[in-house]
Write a protein that binds this ligand. Structure first.
Ligand SMILES: [Zn+2]
Length: 502
């Protein structure tokens, strides 16, 4: 490809406002034009080539795994329609499709039973993991709050455009966000002290309560009232959590059947229990109110809790003796010091970009087939998506773009278009390199040599060959993938480059 005819607007500096280092780097190298405000970018020719390399690797892995790589407009809908036409018997399953555009690839398929649907789903997630491995990146594996979908995420630099905050376990490769499942906590055994009541004027926050009583937040219990709304019905529920934990709306919504949940407003609380905001407690709540307790609360004793009496708190409230509920659920947000749900090692905060997510639906899909014994059965459906952009940014965010994914293998720089020997040698080398199957960029712009050299440094092409002053003698300068530079006769440079690229 000729540089002079390709849009590669390199710049010395990316705009200062660009927060993502990978985006800044690709902006400087002329791969894309960013829009900081929208956290989006337009791909330029080099950016398209980079995405195509990643997609080509993904499609290759998918074909190897038995997926049909297709060009459907609506992958989920068309997969069903086409499978309905084609599938008659269990022998034709599993049937899996994979297709997409430059930014996102979707996958969808059908299997005869749940286990094989799960196996194909995992193969699909494995495609992202394998690309990450090729690029020297590590992917972490997580699941959604309801456990219905699994995903793989990349830890990425703070501020990365496709990321959001989450947690990783560097010991076992688990990842998640604040709504991920928390591992079952160990109840701590303490001797139960007698229940008491203490005056706590103005202590309507956990912080003030701790200050007045001289206890830590983990020794307190908060009682929060939530309104759960779904299908036009509203229920006010009480939620108990330890004072050092945060109640998670997504988890609570899941526990309550998926509707909208929000803090109950003061009027709703007053209607339910009276004017008690800040002093609500678990003991003596009206029986009509459903009470949900986070799992960390079960079995706890000697907690400070609201006394359901303005200006007063209870001391030494104990689970079982003073309060209890059968609704014990995982309700609080994951936080920094929590143990990993899989292995128990302390999790660390990280910025995560979700690369691939997939789930399996039960065998109620609209695809039926004839089973082993001749009876008609419904296929299990699975679906997933692979986000190309976070993968591309992660791949481009390191020191060098791995050679496997660079838009070109070699950049042939003609140092001066006024030097006829350099022009002739540059073109003949480009031809020979292309003849060896390499992807060649030839810098034939009528620019100063200095401009071309600094652009060559920005472009992230593994090998650069400069046809310059010594072109008349058939000598070129070669910049090797490891960064070292030296002179070589032109033919030797061609051979050597082909070896490096393989
Ligand atoms: Zn772990």
């Amino acid at each position: 490809m000729r540089f002079s005819r390709t849009l590669i607007p390199t710049t010395r500096e990316a705009p200062k406002s660009i927060s993502d280092p990978a985006v800044a780097r690709l902006t400087r190298a002329g791969y894309l034009i960013p829009d900081q405000e929208k956290k989006a970018f337009s791909l330029l020719p080099m950016g398209v080539l980079l995405c195509e390399r990643v997609i080509s690797a993904a499609a290759g892995l998918a074909r190897e795994a038995g997926f049909h790589v297709v060009g459907f407009e609506d992958l989920a809908g068309d997969s069903l329609e086409i499978s309905q036409k084609l599938v008659k018997s269990y022998r034709q399953l599993p049937l899996s499709f994979f297709g997409g555009d430059l930014r996102r690839w979707n996958a969808s398929g059908f299997a005869a039973d749940r286990d094989s649907a799960v196996a194909v789903r995992d193969d699909f997630l494995g495609i992202a993991s394998e690309i990450a491995r090729m690029a020297g990146l590590t992917l972490f594996e997580g699941e959604t709050v309801d456990g219905a979908r699994k995903y793989v995420s990349l830890p990425c630099d703070k501020g990365s455009w496709h990321g959001r905050s989450g947690f990783v376990c560097s010991s076992c490769g688990w990842c998640g966000d604040d709504a991920s499942p928390v591992s079952a906590p160990r109840p701590f055994l303490k001797e139960e002290a007698p229940l008491g009541e203490v005056e706590t004027p103005g202590a309507d926050t956990i912080a003030e309560l701790c200050r007045q009583l001289g206890v830590g937040p983990s020794g307190t219990l908060k009682t929060m009232f939530y309104a759960a709304e779904s299908a036009g019905n509203k229920e006010i529920v009480a939620v108990l959590a330890r004072g050092d934990h945060q109640i998670n709306d997504r988890k609570l919504s899941h526990v309550l059947g998926g509707g909208v949940v929000r803090f109950a407003d003061p009027l709703e609380i007053r209607e339910a229990v009276g004017d008690l905001a800040g002093y609500l407690g678990p003991v003596g709540l009206p029986p009509a109110i459903r009470v949900f307790a986070d799992r960390h609360v079960e079995g706890c004793c000697n907690l400070a809790a609201g006394a359901n009496r303005p200006g007063f708190h209870l001391l030494n409230a104990c689970w079982g003796r003073d309060f209890k509920t059968d609704n014990v659920e995982d309700i609080v947000s994951l936080q920094e010091n929590f143990p990993c749900p899989l292995c128990g090692v302390e999790i660390k905060p990280s910025h995560l970009a979700r690369v691939s997510i997939a789930g399996v639906e039960p065998g109620s899909s609209n695809l039926s087939f004839q089973g082993d014994g001749g009876s008609t059965r419904a296929a299990f459906r699975w679906d997933g998506s692979l986000c190309i952009m976070p993968l591309v940014l992660a791949i481009a965010g390191g020191e060098r773009i791995p050679a496997k994914f660079t838009p070109f293998d070699v950049n042939v720089v003609i140092a001066s278009m006024q030097n006829d020997d350099a022009v002739a040698l540059g073109h003949s080398m480009a031809e020979k390199l292309e003849g060896k199957g390499l992807r060649v960029l030839i810098d034939d712009r009528d620019e100063r040599a200095g401009v071309k050299f600094s652009d060559a440094e920005l472009l992230c092409v593994p090998v650069t060959i400069v046809a310059g002053r010594e072109a008349a003698d058939g000598i070129v300068e070669v910049w090797q993938p490891d960064g070292s530079r030296g002179e070589l006769p032109a033919d030797a440079a061609v051979e050597q480059t082909a070896r490096w690229v393989r």
